[in-house]
Structure formats: structure tokens, C-alpha cells
Design a protein around this ligand. Structure first.
Ligand SMILES: [Zn+2]
Length: 428
């Protein structure tokens, strides 16, 4: 029996390539070279690198300069003295990406320019009405509009916004976010008031993309695990985010650590979140307020349970857990050890299946990494089959707790980096 063979890529165009398609392709190739160069590159170097003629390079450079995608900067070639040659590099005045994030300690907004530099970063507490979807999204729209206005004076134009949420997303709809008490919240439609196209995505995925963009290895493989009110993971293999068949991969918080363990907000028992979420760690500290009970039970459509108004301030790992751990409080150290072991057990399963060699601790885990890393590493060394030949690296993230909002902003601008012609089409 012979299996049918089908080509895996899109169908090839019929007939000759259209002239304007060729022009767009050449423009993308030149822009990609400028982007990859990392420092100013001359027109002559671009012609050599791309194989295009000097007049073609000159025409494309003019188009990119007029569209504020690149700028001219003086460079000296090979370090030799003499008149500086003019190089081309990415512009820091032009298109920009907006990121928005709902996190354990409040709301965040960030704008990055085309070079990936953060140009605006603001934080705000949760609205007084707590995690109510309308109030939270309303606050984010205000923060987003202020950010868009603030960067306009820097000659930046926000083209897209991306919202990071702690749960699986379907289109613009947040299917479930137990940490917020949200179910089937159409955040994408709500955020249309921002006035720019808005994408909604899982915060762990966006944070993982932020780490990938910020790191030195564009083809890296790692598992980003985000701690907080919930626990999520972003899986990056060979530089690509693995979203899963329905885009819902990475729900590490609901991996079973103890089959007969405590009840979880998701309806199961013994999930990782019942040991290592911020609420679970706080719950093990005598005298610390633990409101994880507010998350249990049925969650009404788009509405949150009551008395959650100040939960984000009370469950601030920086102000409660770390303070006690720094004071060597035995209960805090024991809770963190237990959380680290549970995290290590859940991560071992993922590492055994995915062959990941690096685990990045993000969100509140980044702040708590000095107390978590040893127990996480001990479980991984014990449970990962290949650990004795190739140890798994466990370390805090580069971007720390801001990984998701920066990753969201970088994801927004990445569309222009990949498809500069879409921006240019709107400029003419
Ligand atoms: Zn669960």
C-alpha cells in the first residue's frame, strides 16, 4: 500500500511572478538584512549580501526611509580612519507595538519601537471593583490610550495592541481564567475602543516570546513557566512557540502532582497550582491572608466572585512571601520548598516528553527563584531520564516579572518586522 504524498506548503503561484510581488519580495529581503545586521549597514554591503543591483537597493532604501522604517547613521567601515560611510539601520521613530498585561500585582502597559526598545512602561493597581472584567478592561483601555498618546510625541505610531491574559484564549475570547474568575469574556471586542487592532493571547506564551526576542539565541528551545495567581507555561522549540492543536498548550498549573491532593479551582485535585500558586504559598503561611477560596466554585459568565477588590495587593509576593523568606521564616521556607518540589515534579514530566534543556522561571517565580531553584532542580535531576548526561538549566527569566507585557508589545511590533509592506501600504 502506498501512502498519498501531498506537498506540505502553500500551492505554488501559477505562471510568472507579478512585478509588484517581486518588488515586495525584494523589499522584504533588504529590510530583513537591515534587521539582522544589528548595526548600520551600507547600501554597498546590502547589494553584496542580497545579490540585488545597487539601483534596486537605492530605490528600496528610499522607500523604507520615507516610510520611517529605517534611518541613516554614519559608520566607519572595518574600523579604518577616513570619511564615515552612511549606514542604514532600524528607525526608532515610526511604527510601534503596544502590550497590555493583567498580572498578580496589577495592570501594565508597554510600548516598544521597531528596534525592540521599551519606550513607555506604566503600571496601575487593579480597579476598586477588583477583577470585574468590564472594570479591568476599561482600565486597560485608558492605560493603552494614554500610552498611544505618550509615544506620539516621540514620533511613534502604535499599529497593534496585544493583551496578555492568564488563561486559554479562543480568538479574542478568554475561555477561562480561574485566577481572575473569568469565563468566556470577549476581551477582543471590548478592546476595539483602543482604536488599533488588538490581539488577545495567553500571558505565558507572550512572556515566552518576550524571552525569545530578548535572548541571544533566536533558535532557542526552552520552557517558560510563569508563577502568580495561576501557573502557565510557554513552550518554545527551535525558536518557535508551540501552541498546540487548539492553541491551548501550556496549562502546567493543572498538571496533577498528587492524585488525591487538595481540590483545585478547575474541578480536579492535586494540581500544581494547589502547591505553587501565589495563593497556595500564602495559604501555608500562618497569619497571611489567603483568598484562594474566592476562586473556588462556579464562576458566573463574565463576572467575578465578590470581595476580590484588593486581592492583588494582598497577594503580592514581593511584599509578603519574599519578606518572610528573607527573614528566614521557617513556615515560608517550608512552603517555598514544597512549592519548588511540586513545580519540579510537574516540570520533569514536561521535560521528559519535550526534550527541553532549559527552564525559565518567570512571573512571581522569577522573584522567588532563589528559594525555588534548588528544589526544582533536585526533582528534575531525580526524575528526568537523561539528566545525568545533560543537566537541565533552571534559571530566572531575563525580563523578570515584566516578560509578559514586554513580550506582548514585541509580538505587536513583530508583525511589522515580518511584513514591512503592510505598514508602507498604509503610509501612502
Ligand atoms: Zn487544576
Amino acid at each position: 500500500m502506498t501512502a498519498a504524498f501531498r506537498p506540505s506548503g502553500p500551492p505554488l503561484p501559477e505562471g510568472a511572478v507579478r512585478q509588484e510581488d517581486l518588488r515586495d519580495l525584494n523589499l522584504k529581503v533588504v529590510f530583513q538584512r537591515i534587521l539582522e545586521a544589528g548595526s548600520p549597514i551600507s547600501r554597498t554591503e546590502l547589494a553584496t549580501a542580497t545579490g540585488l543591483t545597487r539601483p534596486t537597493i537605492t530605490r528600496i532604501a528610499e522607500e523604507l526611509l520615507a516610510g520611517r522604517l529605517i534611518t541613516e547613521k554614519g559608520v566607519t567601515h572595518n574600523g579604518r580612519a577616513g570619511r564615515p560611510r552612511v549606514g542604514l539601520t532600524l528607525s526608532d521613530r515610526g511604527p510601534a507595538g503596544l502590550g497590555l498585561d493583567i498580572r498578580a500585582d496589577g495592570l501594565a502597559a508597554c510600548v516598544v519601537d521597531l528596534t525592540g526598545t521599551v519606550r513607555h512602561l506604566t503600571f496601575a493597581p487593579m480597579p476598586p471593583t477588583g477583577r470585574d472584567a468590564e472594570a479591568v478592561l476599561g482600565s486597560l483601555i485608558r492605560m493603552g490610550c494614554e500610552a498611544i498618546e505618550a509615544v506620539t510625541v516621540k514620533e511613534l505610531t502604535v499599529v497593534t495592541a496585544t493583551l496578555a491574559v492568564p488563561g486559554p484564549v479562543d480568538g479574542g475570547v478568554v475561555r477561562i481564567a480561574p485566577a481572575l474568575g473569568w469565563r468566556d469574556v470577549d476581551a477582543g471586542t471590548f478592546l476595539a475602543d483602543l482604536g488599533v487592532p488588538c490581539v488577545v493571547d495567553n500571558e505565558a506564551n507572550l512572556a515566552a516570546m518576550g524571552e525569545l526576542y530578548a535572548g541571544d539565541d533566536p533558535l532557542g528551545s526552552f520552557l517558560y513557566v510563569s508563577g502568580g495567581l495561576g501557573i502557565g507555561a510557554g513552550i518554545v522549540l527551535d525558536g518557535r512557540l508551540m501552541r498546540g492543536a487548539r492553541g491551548w498548550s501550556g496549562e502546567l498549573g493543572h498538571v496533577t502532582v498528587e492524585p488525591e491532593g487538595a481540590a483545585c479551582a478547575c474541578g480536579s485535585r492535586g494540581c500544581l497550582e494547589t502547591y505553587a500558586s501565589t495563593g497556595a504559598i500564602l495559604g501555608a503561611l500562618p497569619g497571611a491572608t489567603n483568598r484562594t477560596d474566592a476562586r473556588e466554585g462556579a464562576v458566573p459568565h463574565g463576572v467575578v466572585p465578590g470581595e476580590a477588590g484588593d486581592i492583588f495587593e494582598r497577594i503580592n509576593p514581593g511584599s509578603v512571601i519574599t519578606t518572610r523568606a528573607e527573614a528566614a521564616d521557617p513556615a515560608a521556607l517550608a512552603a517555598l520548598d514544597r512549592a519548588g518540589s511540586a513545580l519540579g515534579i510537574a516540570l520533569s514530566g514536561a521535560v521528559n516528553v519535550l526534550d527541553i534543556d532549559t527552564v525559565l522561571l518567570g512571573g512571581s517565580f522569577a522573584l522567588l527563584s532563589s528559594w525555588l531553584t534548588d528544589s526544582v532542580r533536585a526533582e528534575i535531576d531525580r526524575r528526568v531520564l537523561t539528566a545525568s548526561w545533560s543537566p537541565v538549566t533552571v534559571r530566572p527569566t531575563l525580563l523578570g516579572p515584566d516578560a509578559a507585557v514586554i513580550g506582548a508589545a514585541l509580538t505587536s511590533i513583530d508583525q511589522i518586522r515580518r511584513r514591512p509592506t503592510t505598514w508602507l501600504a498604509h503610509q501612502s
